[in-house]
Design a protein around this ligand. Structure first.
Ligand code: NAD
Length: 447
């Protein structure tokens, strides 16, 4: 599973060979360690005149122990460049982006962060709508131009949601978002009232119960670990055949194991009963269980089609119905789907998988308004190439393409997906609803 090429590039011989041949040198990404400072250097914060976010933003960054500076200084490496672009109401003002970033972009630290904040174009009118839409092309290009593990994101904050963006800023500016790059995120006006900062940002899920399906290994095991680290009691679910590994994960995270095949006809009801009787309900549901049965469509069996659509989509819809109808999912609850870039771009040999994963995106779109009415949210991650047993089975050349064809020139780790899910799960993220966020190092596939 290890990325041997990346390891080679960090050796003296590897450095010599890659430099001589002009080969890619995947940067070593800064990843989260408890207690580490959020950023490797101060955040330079700027704003277009008339921006409405600067005040809330400064308070949020300061509360996250980030050193905020307003004016550039000589010989400084910035941990982040943050720009409030909500004041840009006409395309002519896009020049503000150039003026702020042009001379500063080279001064960003390794694994540094660019975050641009705007107004959701769909909520703006006339020339403001056009100008705000333009921000996407700029931030995505910064993701492609930045080097040494630095990333770039655009956060559209609805009018009235200024104070509800803190969990998002903390996530994006920290090492937790190491493999999230070139993304557009929406913080909406709905849910802002319930977006309370947690008593302890190190344990934001304290007192919450989280269900994680497919938790015995890979990405699911990492999700269980990260949610438990953040204070949740984790109910780790997997098929009976994975019972041994599942118990090991549940013990490691001091959670409980539940052996259940989510495609069994009685699974939704058994799950609802289990969560109600043992835990009095559930706060966070992560639909991570997923399978592949790859073949081009002409060669694909009916069984392969049905199995993938059932595990990856139908079973999840049935579980949601059971948990929502019975009130098992508590107030301010979270449902989190795991889609895939194959669900966005399609992929040869994966008609069944891509349909199921695009269906997960449909599930988010369909349920987001209903979840908002209940004070909850539904969002999804769309992982790109993540180093797991699933991707270790991919043929070598395709695996190498999967890893290198991204702005960060490497695969992600299961923990990168898990950290993104933990941000959605945070009680302070109530205004983050209906988002599909790729965890793909800005993979070029479908970008
Ligand atoms: P994995 O195969 O290592 O783990 C999936 C887990 O789901 C397994 O433990 C499996 O036993 C469990 N599972 C399968 N069917 C089940 C069922 N009917 N009931 C209960 N549990 C079931 O896969 P992974 O790489 O860790 O992927 C996890 C999720 O991430 C999947 O949904 C996958 O599609 C998605 N994903 C992975 C990648 C990647 O690069 N690895 C990329 C995009 C999306």
């Amino acid at each position: 599973m290890a990325d041997k090429y990346q390891q080679f590039t960090t050796t003296p011989l590897g450095k010599f060979v890659t430099a001589k041949l002009g080969l890619p040198t995947p940067p070593v990404l800064r990843r989260y360690r408890p207690g580490q400072p959020p950023l490797d250097g101060p955040a330079l914060v700027g704003a277009a005149p008339g921006g409405r976010l600067e005040k809330a933003l400064t308070a949020q960054l300061t509360s996250a122990d980030i050193d905020v500076v307003r004016a550039p200084a000589d010989d400084t490496r910035y941990g982040a460049l943050v720009f409030d672009a909500t004041g840009i109401i006409d395309p002519a003002q896009l020049r503000e982006l150039y003026d702020f970033f042009h001379s500063m972009i080279r001064d960003i630290a390794p694994s540094g962060r660019v975050v641009v904040l705007g107004t959701p174009p769909e909520l703006a009118e006339g020339r403001e709508r056009i100008a705000q839409r333009a921000l996407e092309g700029f931030t995505r290009t910064m993701g492609k131009e930045l080097k040494r593990g630095a990333t770039s994101q655009l956060v559209y904050v609805a009018d009235g949601a200024e104070d509800a963006a803190e969990s998002t800023m903390r996530f994006l500016l920290s090492a937790k978002s190491a493999f999230v790059d070139g993304q557009v995120i929406r913080v909406g006006a709905a849910g802002t009232k319930t977006a309370q900062p947690p008593a302890d940002w190190a344990q934001p899920l304290h007192g919450k119960v989280a269900l994680v399906t497919g938790a015995s290994r890979g990405i699911g095991a990492a999700i269980a670990e990260v949610l438990a680290r953040d204070g949740a009691h984790v109910v780790a679910l997997d098929i009976p055949a994975q019972g041994g590994d599942l118990s090991a994960v549940a013990n490691r995270v001091r959670g409980t194991a539940l052996q259940l095949d989510i495609t069994a006809p009685d699974a939704p009801q058994r799950l609802a009963d289990h969560l109600t009787q043992r835990h009095g309900g559930v706060d966070i549901v992560v639909h991570n269980a997923g399978i592949t049965r790859d073949k081009t469509l002409a060669k694909m069996s009916e069984a392969a089609w049905d199995a993938v659509l059932t595990v990856n989509l139908a079973a999840q819809l049935a579980v949601n119905d059971a948990l929502l109808a019975g009130g098992v999912l508590r107030e301010n609850g979270r449902i989190i789907g795991v889609s895939s870039i194959a669900g966005i771009a399609g992929n040869v040999g994966q008609a069944n998988y891509a349909a199921s994963k695009a269906g997960v995106i449909g599930m988010i779109d369909e349920a987001a308004p209903r979840m908002a009415e209940r004070g909850g949210t539904i969002n999804a991650v769309a992982p790109g190439f993540i180093e797991t047993q699933m991707t270790a089975k991919v043929p070598l050349m395709i695996r190498e393409f999967g890893r290198r064809l991204s702005s960060l020139a490497q695969g992600g780790l299961p923990v990168d997906v898990a950290e993104t899910i933990a941000w959605f799960a945070n009680p302070a993220s109530s205004a983050v609803n209906g988002n599909v966020v790729r965890v793909c190092g800005q993979g070029f596939l479908g970008a």
